[in-house]
Design a protein. Structure first.
Length: 333
């Protein structure tokens, strides 16, 4: 006989048969239950007023709710740590989950899957639902990826496509390969040039007044000119016309410039992800008119001090310092 819980209808049948004077064994045969199960049900839910099916069902539901395992986030220290990492340190749920495993390696109760955090945030009346506003891309609900856009021809002269870029760049095994883009202010009242190194995810950002190719080109050269030659090997841009003067960049820095396919932001994933982090500080619709380079440098510093899952939950600054030390040892050798 398979085991299952009594329903409200079956409890109503028990109440009726008891009032008719039926014995538990007879009731059990009628319902197809073991007699001991029916006796236990009657004993557990009989009061001075007798057996009441509705009251028995309510007590059953309360007991079921109490015996269900509580969610992992019901552990208050864990929940408070998640709130601190997301709201105060501005980490994503995935980074928060990874950081907790590093901070509490021997405390399983302080470990949580990032999907559990997301579920709590997107669930109405959950203790973490207020964290929605702290997500990098806060939306009313989670959504699937949309379809791509139709591609069009580039207007960049002598453009070299990403398909010709050396395979080692994709492997992220050596430093010196960069991705670049512009972040646009409200009504195009200012722009931020972002350059991200693919291995360390180190970010450099410079405010520029316009996106004229000459100004953008000067900003790229000025930002990377003092780097050792081995740390500026290639740069991959999107197809914006602000990068039309890419040949000047190659002449000044000695770095080959490549361009991602149109509408293929994933080919510059490191840059796009970091641009998203910048938008946490400067959301879309924010004017860059009063933004100073000093303020931007503070934002960059915070971003470079944030742990990343792709870096083993280390920060870009930590990874950069490791490669810097290796470079200095190589020079002394």
């Amino acid at each position: 006989m398979s085991y299952h819980h009594l329903t409200l209808r079956e409890r109503g049948k028990i109440e009726l048969m008891l009032k008719q004077g039926q014995k538990p064994a007879a009731i059990a045969r009628e319902l197809g239950y073991n007699a001991s199960s029916v006796r236990r049900e009657i004993r557990r839910n009989t009061t001075h007023g007798g057996y009441d099916a509705m009251a028995a069902q309510q007590r059953y539901e309360q007991r079921r709710k109490a015996c269900r395992p509580k969610g992992r986030l019901a552990h208050e220290p864990l929940r408070e740590a998640v709130v601190d990492l997301i709201a105060q340190e501005k980490l994503s749920p995935e980074l928060a989950a990874g950081r907790l495993r590093m901070q509490f390696p021997d405390e399983p109760r302080m470990h949580v899957c990032h999907e559990t955090i997301y579920t709590g945030i997107y669930k109405n009346n959950h203790l973490l639902d207020f964290l929605l506003e702290f997500l990098v891309q806060a939306r009313p609900k989670r959504r699937k990826r949309g379809q791509g856009k139709t591609r069009r021809r580039s207007l960049i002269p002598n453009r070299v496509g990403i398909e010709k870029r050396p395979a080692i760049v994709q492997q992220r095994r050596e430093v010196g390969h960069w991705e670049g883009d512009l972040v646009v202010g409200k009504n195009q009242d200012g722009f931020i040039l972002t350059l991200v190194e693919r291995v360390s995810r180190m970010l450099h950002a410079v405010k520029i007044a316009t996106k004229r190719p000459a100004e953008t080109c000067r900003a790229v050269i000025h930002t990377l000119l003092d780097r050792p030659v081995s740390w500026v090997r290639t740069i991959t841009f999107d197809n914006g016309t602000e990068f039309r003067d890419h040949e000047t960049i190659t002449q000044e820095l000695g770095a080959q410039v490549y361009f991602a396919d149109p509408y293929s932001a994933y080919q510059r994933g490191s840059n796009e992800q970091v641009n998203g982090l910048i938008r946490r500080y400067l959301p879309k619709g924010t004017s860059f008119k009063e933004l100073t380079q000093h303020q931007l440098d503070q934002i960059v510093q915070e971003i470079n001090d944030k742990p990343r899952k792709c870096l083993g939950f280390r920060t870009p600054n930590e990874v950069f310092q490791l490669h810097r030390k290796e470079h200095l040892r190589a020079l002394r050798a």
